[in-house]
Design a protein around this ligand. Sequence first.
Ligand code: SAM
Ligand code: CA
Length: 278
Amino acid sequence: RFPIQRKLKLAQVHKQRKAKRKKLFISRVLAMATNTQDQQSQAGRHQEVGHKSLLQSDALYQYILETSVYPREPEPMKELRELTAKHPWNLMTTSADEGQFLNMLLKLINAKNTMEIGVYTSYSLLATALAIPDDGKILAMDVNRENYELGLPVIQKAGVAHKIDFKEGPALPVLDQLVEDARHHGSFDFIFVDADKDNYLNYHKRLIELVKVGGLISYDNTLWNGSVVAPPDAPLRKYVRYYRDFVMELNKALAVDPRIEICMLPVGDGITLCRRVK
Ligand code: SAM
Ligand code: CA
């Protein structure tokens, strides 16, 4: 009897172990399926136009957009965002959360006389135009008028086009002209720089004269896709690699410039606020 009982016991243990392995297998398959679903929906979220969040979790970024940005986004900005989404270079646009940040910032500092370098289809320009008072001004520059004109009907419909003085062409000669005339010195409350990164330091040399003491110059994309901390052999897209050194050089220069106080924020692709102090 003893060997049969033992055999039965062994068979029972074997059966239990088999059931346990099956259960483990099923739970692993389920976990893999769920992860794949998560990754798929996360991949979908990466498609957000202007998605440049440096947040580690896309779900968290989506939460910010859906909870506090999209529900409060002014109708013209929503229209412009959707229009820009259809444009082939839409990756260049300012993200909706950064647009909301700029709008708030401009109101906080009571900005009236402003400047923008790098307009594209005008998402940040419209955020500015909606934030400043009716007699506020924006000197806006871009080498490309066509893209500015894409967004212009939305700006006109929003009733803020009269605040904008658009200049087509490279920004540097315009800044040189402004600097030549002492009346422009210290005359800008706010300046947003979002154009050719290899010129940011050249812009800074001029802008520091043009912004008022206590005013703000904001440099966009100062974390440059996170590439500022990428190892030298990291596989970076060509344009990211090309501009990376310029962005890093700018960051170093701003950090030691005694004429400004700075604050680097991980909003969008990184934005460095520089408050002129002397
Ligand atoms: N701020 C814009 C927005 O909210 O959609 C995005 C600007 S986009 C990243 C950069 C823009 O800088 C492009 O439209 C490009 O034509 C412009 N740009 C490039 N080089 C320039 C230059 N030297 N002077 C003025 N604009 C320039
Ligand atoms: Ca930008």
